[in-house]
Design a protein around this ligand. Structure first.
Ligand SMILES: [Zn+2]
Length: 300
């Protein structure tokens, strides 16, 4: 639901402070709260404290609206391609917005009639309820809980990659991938597109004797075992090793960022094998894993 324009706000901006106060008192106290949740009842109650700031904000709004130039006050300049793109689309939306002097009304965008109905709300919820993320990741009992939780977070795109931190306005020195230092660090890049990850996947697929792992995103890695023609146990084992590999990649990434400690792709593969052996050997006793069949991967 959107408010059909900031008409009152626009008209406030054309008035002197006394008129602004009158307009504030004229507004319905419980309606149209701002993004911070404060409505006009709140503003009126604390008017003696808020007046100066409130009038100043509206004056500023007026100035910028009249000059048709937006004055930005950044806590941090946008410095990635994604942020600049988002800023541009935001500006496009704002410039298309025309402020008028008509009475404000509420519009329900989910229905062509612009009127709210329970039926249209139900249709809206049904159309947007994508449960694929929750159903796609299958827990693997052959690896520790912490690795499962890590894999689940990765599947849901919840790991604190640099682009995710920047999107939350957390300042970081560089948004570039620490491995290649060329591209913004996203989870898709880190786990599938980066040449460091590709070296790891090449080594892992060669060890596992499976087709080369080509992935367009991190989800392709997490679901790669589903595409293999192998037994249920084999698929589960491959999934376990791929999850451990993702875990090791993330650890190598963290070591590089926080400890300035470089890892090679071969070094990461060299960790995946013994750690996987220790973790899976005791959890999947039926596989009969020993050092020999593990190192040659004669298990499928
Ligand atoms: Zn990279």
């Amino acid at each position: 639901m959107v408010h059909s324009g900031s008409n009152r706000l626009a008209s406030f901006a054309r008035r002197v402070p006394l008129e602004i106060k009158a307009a504030v008192w004229d507004c319905d106290g419980d309606r149209a709260p701002g993004p911070d949740g404060f409505n006009f009842t709140f503003i009126r109650h604390f008017w003696s404290i808020l007046e100066k700031d409130f009038v100043e904000v509206l004056k500023q709004f007026h100035l910028t609206a009249v000059e048709d130039v937006l004055q930005w006050s950044w806590s941090r300049e946008p410095d990635s391609g994604q942020e600049v793109t988002e800023l541009t689309s935001c500006l496009n939306l704002m410039y298309r917005c025309k402020l008028g002097l008509n009475t404000d009304v509420w519009l329900w965008e989910a229905d062509s009639s612009k009127r709210f109905s329970v039926k249209s709300a139900r249709r809206l919820i049904g159309g947007h309820s994508d449960t694929s993320d929750r159903l796609g990741f299958v827990w693997n009992k052959w690896i520790p809980l912490k690795v499962n939780i890590f894999g689940w977070s990765l599947f849901l795109n919840r790991l604190p990659s640099k682009d995710a931190l920047a999107a939350r306005n957390i300042h970081i020195d560089s948004q570039l991938c620490p491995f290649c230092d060329e591209v913004t660090e996203t989870l898709d890049h880190l786990f599938s597109a980066c040449r460091f990850a590709n070296e790891v996947w090449a080594g892992v697929s060669s060890w596992l004797k499976i087709p080369p792992i080509f992935a367009f995103g991190y989800k392709d890695i997490l679901l790669f075992h589903c595409s293999l023609r192998t037994s249920k146990r084999g698929s589960k084992l491959i999934q376990a090793i791929l999850l451990i590999s993702c875990w090791m990649l993330w650890k190598a990434r963290n070591k590089l960022i926080f400890e300035k400690s470089n890892s090679s792709a071969n070094g990461v593969i060299g960790e995946i094998k013994p750690v996987g052996f220790l973790w899976i050997k005791h959890r999947a006793k039926s596989l009969g894993i020993n050092e020999m069949n593990w190192s040659r991967f004669d298990l499928l």
